[in-house]
Design a protein around this ligand. Structure first.
Ligand code: BTN
Length: 248
């Protein structure tokens, strides 16, 4: 495995980008014990204290740019499978890419990419997984593996099991779909598998974007990864960006 450990970083996203620009290989990972300016989706701060698993993975182009988003779904699917396998945790994925345990946030996922012309140079996927930390003090809706199991667990094994699972998931679903992008009725199989693990579809949700919010029922995720919401008046709204809150 190609795992780079640091006691402290501003963000593993930045260090991974720096290493990727300096030719770090596909599937390298950067881990920090503590992040001083960890970041989340939508410009939020990600509190990253000791005990969590804060890491970013470098992915070399696997797919043409229009299909690269599929690796995000592969990462949350692979993390859910890993948590089920090792700890028998019954987790659910929440659109777009959180991992929840009993509606509380166990992990969040962030992806960034760098392009050159119309080619992707690399994708960085960052995962923040609450493991042996106690996130609920700062964030009542968050939970850690230690909170659930009542004891700390070994993070290094967890990370290497996840990386193996992630490679297997990418191999299974993503690489082989290189040539299927032009078929209109084609649903990537990673989306099919993601949907089997989600708690979002069927739920009443509240959607928040930068300048708008609305409620409705999440009815599906389409073949581009967008969330489809049915509003009270029966219209369907397609959400490609923003936050989704489960309403019960
Ligand atoms: C979210 O839920 O908003 C995504 C959170 C992603 C946090 C991880 S921790 C490792 C990596 N480095 C960061 O600065 N952020 C991601």
């Amino acid at each position: 495995d190609n795992i780079h450990y640091f006691p402290m970083l501003n963000s593993t996203m930045d260090k991974a980008r720096e290493l990727a620009r300096a030719d770090a290989s596909h599937m390298s990972a950067v881990v920090a014990e503590v992040q001083q300016s960890g970041r989340g989706r939508l410009n939020r701060k990600w509190v990253s204290q000791e005990g969590g698993l804060w890491f970013s993975m470098i992915l070399r182009p696997l797919l043409p740019p229009p299909l690269a988003w599929q690796v995000n779904f592969a990462a949350s699917v692979a993390m859910s499978i890993t948590l089920k396998k090792i700890f028998d945790l019954d987790v659910r994925v929440k659109w777009p890419n959180d991992i929840l345990y009993q509606e509380r946030k166990l992990a969040g996922l962030l992806s960034e990419m760098e392009t050159e012309g119309d080619m992707i140079s690399f994708v960085i996927i960052g995962i923040g997984l609450n493991v042996n930390n106690s996130p609920s003090k700062a964030e009542p809706n968050a939970i850690s593996i230690m909170d659930i199991l009542g004891k700390p667990v070994h993070r290094r094994n967890l990370l290497s099991d996840f990386l193996d699972q992630f490679e297997a998931t990418v191999d299974e679903h993503v690489k082989k779909q290189k040539h299927s992008s032009d078929s209109a009725s084609f649903t990537p199989s990673i989306i099919t598998q993601w949907k089997e693990m989600t708690g979002t579809i069927g739920k009443k949700v509240r959607i928040e974007t930068y300048d708008d919010f609305f409620e409705g029922v999440a009815v599906d995720v389409d073949d581009t990864g967008a969330l489809l919401i049915e509003k009270d008046d029966g219209t369907i709204c397609k959400v490609i960006y923003g936050d989704c809150f489960h309403q019960g």
